[in-house]
Design a protein around this ligand. Sequence first.
Ligand SMILES: [Zn+2]
Ligand SMILES: [Zn+2]
Length: 160
Amino acid sequence: MAKITSLIRKLEGSYGHPAADSATISFQTGHAFHWNYRERTLTYNPAHPHAEQYLFHELAHALLAHKSYSSSVQLLEMERDAWQEALQLAHEYGTTIDEDIAQESLDSYRDWLHQRSLCPRCAATGVESTSFHYACLACGHSWRSNEARNCALRRVSKNK
Ligand SMILES: [Zn+2]
Ligand SMILES: [Zn+2]
């Protein structure tokens, strides 16, 4: 955890100055990893086993000016881009990101999106019409999935 504290100090040195105009980023601890583009606040959990890697990932969202997404495809693209950028950022700060962690994170997003595309009524796979609105072609039911707010999603076990 001492390591993450010194990294945060470095990042605050680079991005936390009010003089650095509107691009200032505030860092705060919390339970999850999250980039709030409205408040320009990056929340990180220093106790997470891959805290540093997810920190770079959230920083990537911030630097890429990611705001909101209008479909699950766009969400996955943003996640993929953020990991690409995170690899670069980590390199600049003399550390590396385990590509398995990036892959695992993307897989967990795919699983999460898949779960939400299943019809709550008959369990057939629905079609995403607009922004996270799904329709079931089998039974005609329609529903809306919640947006993913946490990039460090837990992998949904398929065996349960
Ligand atoms: Zn259905
Ligand atoms: Zn993310």
